[in-house]
Design a binder for this molecule. Structure first.
Ligand SMILES: *Cc1c(COP(=O)(O)O)cnc(C)c1O
Length: 390
């Protein structure tokens, strides 16, 4: 039976070429990059090469790229350590209501420790108004953290414009670019951000390795203390195979960027067209203008997304409802709630995320299963247009 993975925003498979680069660093080239003999220097060189590959993807200097344990660590590092370092200057942080939990839960933690956080709202298409951001800045604002691309609805935020506003008011600016990396152009110099978070497993690299871009001259205390790894900024013996894999994945993302975006956009638009034309009572969440090329977020009225997910799983199709991290809880997605979608409709929402290995045949297979299951679930549903739903 065909297996169709349409959850690339949750994680991606490691590409064969990435895996091949990583393999020697487990059993053969296993030196500790801090050691001064040849195998140590070999590991150090491999890390520096990966740093250059990742820097090239975002137009940074390699000295501005620091490897971490995951995207969540990069987000925590910025929020916790900037807050602590600047607490005498101010206690106000600005973010959005639609961030990833790595940002939201860290902000909630900071709120319990004396910080004030403004969660900017978005319009019904998920877009931020830069004027709202400007108005939220006060004398006490020390940091703004606004994601570049939303993980549930794919909305791309105007980071260059927002960072310019922050700069103008003397506020440090961070962006969580985990979903943006490899999917929309990133130029840290042009956007003029201070910090930018990344993760390998969303770009066909391994799980458990992330990175933080820190603009030259911007000071931030360490999150992890210990050895002098990562230019003294992040202690802990480096995950050499993981970092090498991240570097290779970044290089592939840079070289194949145009082709990747074209492939995703074509298949995503094909899926969107077929669903909206062939299945009644559906709507797309988020704007189609400024959007991640592989993201499609659809509400199927009168049914529960969780039951569609389980039905599709029986056809060996993987999709998600809300965001992957909260899919085990039945709490409605905070992102869709911020768009003003009602709880009932949020429960009927499915995220399809397309990637490099998706084919047109995969989409056709998904459509066959989807039409059948949606129709069946709607027949069973106590809800529905003629069943007291409103
Ligand atoms: C996946 C994701 C993260 C977390 O990255 P991990 O490496 O899994 O910790 C953070 N932010 C966004 C927007 C994400 O999609």
């Amino acid at each position: 039976m065909r297996e169709v993975y349409l959850d690339y925003s949750a994680t991606t498979p490691v590409k064969e070429d990435v895996f091949k680069e990583m393999v020697p660093f487990f059993c053969e080239r296993y030196g500790n990059a801090s050691s001064l003999y040849t195998p140590g220097l070999d590991a150090k060189r491999a890390i520096d090469n990966a740093r250059e590959q990742l820097a090239a993807l975002i137009n940074a200097n390699p000295q501005e790229v620091f490897f971490t344990g995951c995207g969540s660590e990069s987000d925590n590092w910025v929020l916790l350590q900037v807050a602590d370092a600047l607490k005498d200057k101010g206690n106000h942080i600005i973010t959005t209501a639609t961030e990833h939990h790595a940002i939201l839960h860290t902000c909630e933690y900071l709120e319990k420790h004396g910080f004030e956080v403004t969660y900017l709202g978005v319009d019904e298409q998920g877009r931020l108004n830069p004027e709202d951001f400007e108005k939220a800045i006060t004398e006490k604002t020390i940091l703004a953290s606004i994601m570049m691309v939303n993980n549930e609805i794919g909305t791309v935020h105007p980071i260059k414009e927002l960072a310019a506003i922050a700069k103008n008011r003397g506020v440090l600016f961070h962006t969580d670019a985990v979903q943006a990396l490899g999917n929309v152009p990133i130029d840290v110099k042009d956007m003029n951000v201070d910090f930018l978070s990344m993760s390998a497993h969303k770009i066909y690299g391994p799980k458990g390795v992330g990175a933080l871009y820190i603009r030259k001259g911007v000071r931030i205390p360490n999150l992890l203390h210990g050895g002098a790894q990562e230019m003294g900024k992040r202690a802990g013996t480096e995950n050499v195979p993981g970092i090498v894999g991240f570097g290779k994945a970044a290089e592939l993302a840079r070289v194949n960027f145009d082709q990747h975006v074209k492939h995703l956009t074509e298949l995503r638009d094909y899926l969107a067209k077929r669903i909206t034309e062939e299945i009644p009572d559906v709507f797309i969440n988020g704007t189609m203008e400024e959007r991640h090329p592989g993201n499609l977020n659809i509400t199927f009225k009168y049914i529960e997304g969780e039951s569609i997910l389980l039905k599709l799983d029986m056809h060996h199709i993987c999709v998600s409802t809300g965001s992957a991290c909260s899919s085990k809880s039945l709490k409605p997605s905070h992102v869709l709630a911020a768009l003003g979608v009602s709880d009932e409709l949020i429960h009927g929402t499915v995220r399809f995320s397309i990637g490099d290995f998706t084919t047109r045949e995969d989409i056709d297979y998904v459509m066959d299963a989807l039409k059948q299951e949606v129709e069946w679930l709607r027949e069973l549903s106590p809800l529905g247009p003629n069943k007291g739903w409103n």
